[in-house]
Design a protein around this ligand. Structure first.
Ligand SMILES: [Cu+2]
Length: 202
């Protein structure tokens, strides 16, 4: 009895003509296609907005870069003139005034085989690209020299004479200049500071 009822529930499945089945299949496919179209049409504005935002971001970045490059003024290198002098600070002659130097200059003393001289001024500051003109006065009766190895500068400073030297400060940094006469090392030195040219315009 139960079997008969079940079979009786689906009599039409076995009696549908093939044309109707094809129509039903077409309807299902069409419905699926419509659903896909709907999904795509719903996603389209999101994709468009994302692309628009990306394009806007890139454009803003390009404009900002262009403006920052355009707004940085270029530094025009200058000519910097300095006058320096060599100065005796604690030398053998000073012992007549400062008695303690007798012991300092003696063998085993803190200034044995040394004398203390200086450049004045001993700090120079320029910008990268500047031409540095130095006029160095040596008023003493001792020989000195001005050595700035980083810029290939090495000039003798004869006694009681004025010596001129020029170079281009073409690299940034802090560089030491000195007199390399053994008796004057390590006391007779100074520093040249070369600032980046961008510092001059900021
Ligand atoms: Cu010297």
């Amino acid at each position: 009895m139960i079997l008969l009822l079940k079979v009786g529930t689906y009599p039409s499945c076995f009696t549908c003509p093939p044309g109707r089945i094809a129509d039903a299949a077409r309807l299902v496919l069409r419905a699926q296609a419509r659903r896909k179209e709907k999904e795509i049409s719903m996603k389209r504005p999101v994709i468009f907005c994302t692309l628009a935002l990306l394009a806007f971001g890139m454009l803003t970045l390009l404009i900002a870069c262009g403006q920052s490059q355009a707004s940085v003024p270029q530094y025009t290198p200058q000519t910097r003139d300095f006058t320096m002098v060599t100065v005796p600070l604690l030398v053998k002659e000073s012992a007549a005034t400062f008695g303690f130097l007798q012991k300092d200059f003696a063998k085993g003393g803190v200034l044995a085989d040394k004398e203390v001289y200086a450049f004045s001024p001993d700090h120079l500051t320029v910008y990268q690209g500047d031409t540095v003109n130095l006029t160095i006065v040596n008023p003493e009766d001792d020989d000195h020299n001005f050595t700035l190895s980083d810029f290939n500068v090495a000039v003798a400073l004869p006694p009681q004479a004025v010596t001129k030297v020029s170079f281009v400060a073409n690299k940034v940094g802090v560089f030491t200049f000195y007199c390399n006469i053994a008796m004057h090392v390590p006391f007779m030195n100074g520093q040249l500071t070369v600032l980046p040219d961008s510092d001059a315009t900021s």
